[in-house]
Design a protein around this ligand. Structure first.
Ligand SMILES: *Cc1c(COP(=O)(O)O)cnc(C)c1O
Length: 374
């Protein structure tokens, strides 16, 4: 049982075996398109037209993809979503924030705000992994922080302003693993931030934030206050550079290219609704299979809270899920292990837009094969 030496018949295998929840499967066509730029893109200045026009393509493409209302702006900078948490503690939270905590990622922004010496103790609303809490009006806070998809547990939550929230209270959403794969109404957020290595099938290292006029105003107001901010975390500096289609310091050019290519691909599929429908199709296959299986079940009990992009499947105690993951890996199906700190007898299977729903179906057939072969 410890040996992961079962050979799965080739005809059962997915066409592409990458199911990681980030960095996620990059479409081969994207890599080919990058290679095809030859000497015209990589190794050229990020302050000149070749790279800046690619950044412009990203900013315009995201505006289209998310149907951003007038006045919303696309900001970007280096450092990924983790950096944005720290940037937000300097540039978006004025005094006090409220955080929904329901897994590893949502906890991190709350910890950053709690640790910031210039901010008041945040309000934290926490629920058990596998569920999500809900934003609650509080007169005390100027930022509500939610996470659209908690990647560590596979829980998705609807993004809605809390009833009674005032125009001076910003809704700041970690959309890192949801953005581009889950529908969202931009009028319900002020800042929706993410990185390209999940639904956008690119590489890490960059953060992007879709910001409402209220968020832009908050950035500007704090920017002229006497709060000290390290330049690399400064949202006013990021805003100024983003408006010029560039980043404050040198970005990874390949990351930007892959992101632009994926945004174009998503728009070509028909936009966010069409892309989300593709993830929904994958999720229906995965959860439908697990629901019907005597030895498996979706970890997230409430069907509406099951992520359409990162599926978590618990197994019966008679099944060693670590052996399943190792056996899948030995057959070229990689990174189905659960989030390490969750500690469950589980597989986690990414269903980002780049992943073919047919390949998700193939993984379920491979797991069935392994369960029979034990
Ligand atoms: C992956 C992830 C992050 C971290 O993103 P980095 O770009 O690696 O900093 C943050 N939040 C969520 C929800 C994630 O899935």
């Amino acid at each position: 049982m410890a040996d992961a030496d079962v050979r799965i018949p080739t005809e059962l295998l997915p066409k592409d075996g990458r199911f990681n929840s980030g960095p996620s499967k990059v479409r081969p066509a994207t890599v080919e398109a990058l290679a095809a730029t030859g000497r015209s893109y990589l190794g050229t200045s990020h302050r000149r037209t070749g790279v800046r026009s690619t950044v412009a393509r990203v900013r315009e493409g995201l505006r289209d993809l998310f149907s951003l209302p007038d006045g919303y702006e696309v900001l970007l900078g280096n450092g990924g979503s983790s950096l944005f948490w720290d940037a937000a503690t300097f540039g978006l939270i004025d005094d006090r924030s409220q955080h929904l905590v329901f897994g590893e990622f949502s906890a991190k922004f709350a910890q950053a705000a709690a640790a910031a010496p210039h901010l008041a103790e945040p309000e934290v609303i926490e629920t058990e992994p596998g569920t999500h809490p809900t934003l609650r009006y509080s007169a005390e806070v100027d930022v509500y922080a939610a996470t659209h998809n908690e990647t560590s547990t596979g829980v998705v939550m609807p993004i809605e302003r809390p009833a009674g929230a005032t125009g001076r209270q910003l809704v700041v959403v970690d959309g890192t693993s949801a953005a581009g794969g889950v529908r969202v109404d931009p009028t319900q957020f002020d800042a929706y931030y993410f990185a390209p290595q999940k639904c956008f099938a690119g590489d890490g290292g960059l953060w992007l934030a879709l910001c409402s006029p209220a968020a832009i105003e908050r950035i500007a107001t704090i920017g002229v206050s006497d709060r000290w901010t390290p330049a690399i975390l400064s949202l006013p500096i990021a805003l100024e550079n983003s408006r010029l289609d560039q980043t404050y310091n040198t970005p990874a050019l390949a990351t930007i290219f892959m992101l632009a290519d994926q945004v174009d691909w998503m728009l070509g599929l028909g936009g966010l609704d069409a892309v989300a429908a593709r993830c929904d199709a994958s999720a229906a296959i995965l959860y439908g299979w697990a629901d019907a299986h005597p030895l498996a079940r979706p970890f997230v009990a409430a069907p509406a809270e099951r992520s359409p992009v990162t599926g978590t499947i618990d197994f019966d105690d008679s099944v060693d899920a670590a052996w399943l993951a190792a056996s899948l890996r030995a057959n070229g199906i990689v990174d189905t292990e659960p989030y390490r700190k969750l500690g469950r007898n589980q597989l986690r299977i990414a269903m980002f837009p780049a992943i073919d729903p047919e390949d998700v179906a193939a993984v379920t057939r491979c797991v069935d094969f392994l369960l029979d072969a034990r």
